[in-house]
Design a protein around this ligand. Structure first.
Ligand SMILES: [Fe+2]
Length: 369
């Protein structure tokens, strides 16, 4: 059986937030705006949301303390704030961190008597307040996925919460990318690409999920010249990057991510490597294990000539992992150990994965330097 389910209403256009102020206002009477410390203000998205809400007489409060890779502690702090303010919907504005956080905060506001352990209580009631997502980076696709990845400080790792929480409304405007640094743009664009690749090379892939992958790869390829440094980005590139990220989100909403994402989490938490840079670090290794036909299709549809071209562009665009080799090896080995004990994630690879194969993928960049 194949299923296609994507309940978020998506509006993608220049001026999306203001153009859809009515849809935004229909979500409730008082909004909790969830952002990081700076970027939502710098790129204009926060001002647009405030303007749209105020034009419709909807009140709002701001929680702007979402850090990169938000911790469960931050979610609880925002939950307490939201409950004390009596909010009835949540708007996540920013990259994956504020949007993932908005989903978890919405869940916890609905379960205001529960403690932090509720976030990982599989099978518990998943009622949430309405959620709106306004993405301002082009990687996560969180605006159309049911995923919320949080950092568990006590375990020093990142993990998806076991609830499937979709936004009700996604308002997408490529102009918010214009103030991103090239590094953030590149890292997040590679995150989107890894979503497309991992969704395709996935035991849960179907014609429906691959429909999103195929369209996503073609849209992604249009901005490859920007990532290659052949020209500077323009409005059309920003729109394409946002669209590719969203299509990649729709793809992983149906399949989940697989080995590169599974290996990346410890690299991010232990070496502070940005998410997209960390997932793409394992992508060449993952692709090298795929059947030749699938590998060529994925690379060429995205605009690369071959695996070597992919690696050259990746290293130039995202930079190297700055860690002493001994430490990097230790972290990679730890990532292998952690993923080895996650049969669900391992089972998402479309080929059998034993310890040896996982090590080959994890250490691919080091052994092919
Ligand atoms: Fe990702």
């Amino acid at each position: 059986m194949s299923t296609f389910y994507m309940p978020a209403r998506v509006f993608e256009e220049e001026g999306a937030v203001l153009n859809h102020a009515g849809d935004l206002a229909a979500m409730g009477r008082k909004a909790l705006l969830v952002t990081g410390r700076r970027s939502a203000r710098a790129n204009g998205s926060y001002d647009d949301v405030v303007k749209a809400l105020e034009s419709k007489g909807v009140s709002h409060v701001l929680f702007d303390e979402i850090e990169e890779n938000p911790s469960t502690h931050t979610i609880m702090k925002a939950r307490d704030f939201g409950v004390s303010e009596g909010v009835d919907f949540v708007i996540g504005i920013g990259g994956g961190s504020p949007m993932d956080a908005a989903k978890a905060i919405s869940l916890m506001i609905c379960h205001k008597g529960e403690g932090v352990d509720y976030l990982y209580r599989a099978g518990a009631d998943d009622s949430v307040l309405p959620i709106v997502c306004v993405p301002t980076t082009c990687g996560t696709g969180s605006e159309v996925t049911p995923v919320s990845v949080l950092t568990i400080p006590e375990k020093q790792t990142k993990k998806s919460i076991p609830f499937k929480i979709f936004a009700d409304l996604a308002l997408i405007d490529g102009r918010y990318l214009a103030s991103c640094s090239p590094r953030v743009l590149h890292n997040t664009a590679f995150d989107a690409l890894t979503h497309l690749i991992e969704s395709y090379l996935n035991s849960k892939a179907s014609d429906y999920s691959r429909m999103c992958v195929d369209a996503g790869l073609r849209v992604w390829s249009r901005s490859l010249p920007v990532i290659r440094g052949e020209r500077t980005a323009g409005p059309e590139d920003y729109a394409n990057m946002m669209r590719a990220s969203m299509m990649a989100g729709m793809a992983i909403a149906h399949t989940a991510t697989t080995l590169p994402h599974g290996l990346s989490y410890s690299v991010t938490t232990k070496l502070h490597v940005p998410h997209g840079k960390a997932t793409a670090y394992f992508t060449a290794g993952y692709l090298s294990e795929a059947p030749e036909k699938a590998r060529s299709y994925l690379l060429q549809t995205a605009g690369f000539t071959d695996l070597a071209d992919f690696r050259t562009v990746y290293h130039r665009a995202c930079g190297e992992i700055e860690a002493e080799e001994g430490l990097l090896k230790e972290v990679l080995q730890g990532a292998v150990e952690e993923l080895s004990s996650n049969p669900v994630k391992l089972g998402l690879a479309p080929f059998p994965v034993d310890r040896e194969k996982l090590e080959k993928i994890a250490f691919y960049e080091l052994t092919h330097a």
